[in-house]
Structures are given as C-alpha cells and as structure tokens.
Design a protein around this ligand. Structure first.
Ligand code: DGP
Ligand code: NA
Ligand code: NA
Length: 190
C-alpha cells in the first residue's frame, strides 16, 4: 500500500492550463494509473459546479447571468474555500489529490493580459471553443501570458500540443516524484 504509510501526507497535484488544453482527459488517465499503482488518490475539479456557489459560477460561465468582475472573482475563490477543510483532511490522511484547476486559474483568468497566439490556436483546433464565456482565442492568449508570470519551481510545464501519450508520460513521471517527496515527510504547510 503506497498511499497510506504512517506520517505520510498525500500530494496536492494541481493541473492548470488553457481551456481545451486536455487537462480533464489527462486527469482521468492519471487517476486510473495511480489507482492501479495502489495509491490512495482522488480526482477533484474547480469550479465545483455542484454547490450553490458553483451553480452561480456555472450560470455566469454559460452567459446566463451577468456579474461584476470582482464579484465573480470572489465567487470562484469562495468555491475553493468551501472545499478547503475537506482538502486538508484528505491530504493529512495520506490521500493524494489531483485537482483540475485551482487558485492559479483565479489569478490567470481574472487578470489576463498578454501573448502566445500560436499555442492558443492549437488549443482552439481541438474544437469546442466558444461554448463558454472565456473560451475566446484572444482571451486565452492573455490567460497564457498570465500563467507564465505565475510559474515557479513547484511547477512542471508540459507542452499540451505534444501527442497525448507523451503528455501522459511526462505527467506521470512528475507526479510520481511529487508523491515520493511527500512520503519522505514534507509537512503540510499552513
Ligand atoms: P473548466 O470547468 O475547467 O472549463 O473552467 C471553467 C472556466 O472558468 C474556464 O474558462 C476557466 C475559468 N476559471 C476557472 N477558475 C477560475 C477562477 O478562479 N476565476 C476566473 N475568473 N475564471 C476561472
Ligand atoms: Na472550459
Ligand atoms: Na477554480
């Protein structure tokens, strides 16, 4: 049993990226891989549209309601806070969490300004773009620029335009390292 050794916490793995970059597919594949390896692991996503706050966000994203920019920013944030204690509990008990978007999306999407048109075009070719409020090429270009400014040593950047298997392999290797580090006893910071 890899996931629940005494004193070991779970890893918090956050998948960030532009809309239609393949995070959700990769998250699903990674979940089954880690489960097969015997780890205690769960897949989460934000926004979590199942809560009351999540329903307001979902309606906003579908252009069914209008909200002030600061108001929607705070709703996204509240939506993460409402899962915070459960998240900490899971991590402390040794469960690794794969989270499809987290607070980095809050910064990158709410304050987007910038570059990287080619990459955005590739993401757009995958189809489905334009269904929701933020899924516009020009806006995604700005989000990409903002993500770049947020990167630090805890991030692993994976080129989502590579074949799906290559993305999957890189992601697995990185995540296995993260889980190993947590098991050496890196405490959960406050
Ligand atoms: P998703 O369910 O991953 O497709 O996310 C829905 C959309 O919401 C997507 O365009 C990214 C955006 N988003 C996610 N989190 C936040 C956030 O905290 N703030 C803002 N403004 N947008 C966010
Ligand atoms: Na989306
Ligand atoms: Na979010």
């Amino acid at each position: 049993e890899n996931g629940n050794r005494d004193n070991s916490r779970g890893a918090l793995i956050v998948l960030e990226g532009l809309d239609r970059s393949g995070k959700t597919s990769q998250s699903t594949r990674l979940l089954s891989y880690l489960e097969q390896q015997g780890f205690s692991v769960e897949s989460w996503r934000f926004p979590d549209r199942s809560t009351c706050v999540g329903e307001m966000i979902s309606s906003y994203l579908a252009n069914k309601s209008q909200l002030d920019d600061r108001t929607i920013h705070l709703l996204f944030s509240a939506n993460r806070w409402e899962k915070r204690s459960l998240m900490e509990m899971k991590l402390r008990s040794g469960t690794t969490l794969l989270v499809d978007r987290y607070s980095y999306s809050g910064v990158a999407f709410s304050s987007a300004k910038g570059l990287d048109v080619e990459w955005c075009k590739k993401a757009a070719e995958r189809g489905g773009y334009g269904g929701e409020r933020y899924e516009q090429l020009e806006f995604q270009r700005k989000v990409a620029q903002h993500y770049k400014m947020l990167c630090d040593a805890t991030w692993k950047i994976i080129d989502a335009s590579l074949p799906m298997e290559d993305v999957e392999k890189q992601l697995r290797e990185f995540v296995m390292d993260c889980i190993a580090t947590c098991q050496i006893g890196k405490p959960l910071s406050q």
